[in-house]
Write a protein that binds this ligand. Structure first.
Ligand SMILES: Cc1cc2nc3c(=O)[nH]c(=O)nc-3n(C[C@H](O)[C@H](O)[C@H](O)COP(=O)(O)OP(=O)(O)OC[C@H]3O[C@@H](n4cnc5c(N)ncnc54)[C@H](O)[C@@H]3O)c2cc1C
Length: 307
């Protein structure tokens, strides 16, 4: 699609950048160029930008930290809406403390601020390198908890319903999935309220340090997207990849980690196509060996016809 550049420049002025390398905006450090990137600094700007783009029928992708996406080497025809709305507010005066944050706030920052106020419940989220919006959208989770157990209410701008406040029940969460993820493009998460409980600062921080160490020992360093595939029912994608003998397999600059089979690491020279071809190889091999179809957790964005 040809983007209406003049209308976009007039609307967004210096918040708009053109031909931006996507590699700088995702943790895989791959991808071509976004023709247009618009940066928003608070949730009002985020809502106004989404509303404008919907009204003009201009396709767009809301991006948080880019830690769960794989951008194509061919770039993006849609507008990239970069969410830098990061305010965090802790409400701990009542018997039911909560944490409110804008959707571009980093999960680790939210968890650390809550910890400093002696609020427990977000330790699991402290080492996930994404934004609150990405986590609410994808039902991020770790160490026995996830967004479905933590979200009190998400404020969402919905394409057809307007502004809505949805509970975890209304998000219709499933494993690494929500109604917004299943109906791509229908809503933008503006902010969310999370449940926490009173605890002891030192104990919360010790738990966070323990989980961080656990992650350091079980997951590879370097540029990746975290877990590539969802775990199939009753099994682990990483175990299947290892059992298929695929750990350490390379295509170009992309390698299936020797530390954790479900992590694909960019050695600094990988293209998105290298990673995508590894995905296809893994899905084919695991299907042939075990009859299991691995489903992606990471979202490939852009076009992939030639891969
Ligand atoms: C090293 C590493 C470890 C990881 N560990 C975990 C883990 O333990 N558990 C886990 O669940 N995940 C993990 N991840 C994956 C990732 O961090 C999470 O999925 C995270 O929640 C994604 O947030 P993000 O801001 O990076 O989303 P992005 O990658 O920016 O976006 C992901 C999707 O969410 C959509 N989205 C983002 N913000 C909004 C918004 N405001 N409104 C509507 N849609 C939005 C995007 O359009 C896109 O479709 C890991 C990733 C890495 C790199």
């Amino acid at each position: 699609m040809t983007l209406p550049l003049d209308a976009l420049r007039a609307q967004f002025a210096d918040r708009l950048q053109e031909n931006v390398s996507l590699a700088g905006y995702c943790t895989a450090h791959t991808g071509g160029a976004a023709k247009v990137m618009i940066t928003v600094g608070d949730s009002t700007q985020l809502a106004e930008a989404a509303q404008f783009l919907w009204q003009q029928s201009i396709p767009f992708i809301t991006l948080g930290s880019g830690s769960n996406v794989l951008f194509s080497d061919h770039g993006l025809d849609a507008v990239l809406l970069l969410n830098r709305a990061k305010a965090i507010r802790i409400e701990d005066a009542s018997d039911h403390p909560t944490v409110w944050a804008e959707s571009g706030a980093n999960l680790g920052s939210i968890a650390r601020q809550a910890a400093l106020r002696g609020l427990s419940g977000l330790e699991w989220a402290s080492t996930i390198p994404g934004t609150l919006g990405g986590a609410v959208y994808g039902n991020a989770g770790a160490y026995g908890s996830d967004m479905s157990k933590t979200l009190v209410m998400a404020e969402i701008l919905h394409r057809s319903m307007g502004r809505v406040s949805w509970t975890a029940g209304q998000m219709e969460y499933a494993y690494r999935s929500s109604i917004l993820k299943r109906q791509t493009g229908v809503g933008v998460i503006l902010s969310a309220v999370l449940t926490v409980s009173r605890g002891n600062v030192e104990e919360i921080q010790a738990k966070m340090a323990e989980l961080s160490e656990k992650r350091r020992q079980s997951q590879p360093p370097g540029a990746s997207m975290g877990s590539m595939f969802k775990n199939p029912v009753g099994d682990y994608a990483g175990r299947l990849i290892e059992a298929a003998g695929l750990k350490g397999t390379r295509i170009g600059g992309a390698e299936i980690s020797r530390v954790h089979g479900n992590f694909f690491v960019n050695d600094g020279t990988a293209s998105a196509s290298d990673i995508y071809r590894l995905i296809v190889l893994v899905q084919k091999t695991v299907h042939e060996k075990f009859g299991i179809d691995l489903e992606l957790e990471v979202e490939p964005l852009g076009s992939w016809q030639e891969e």
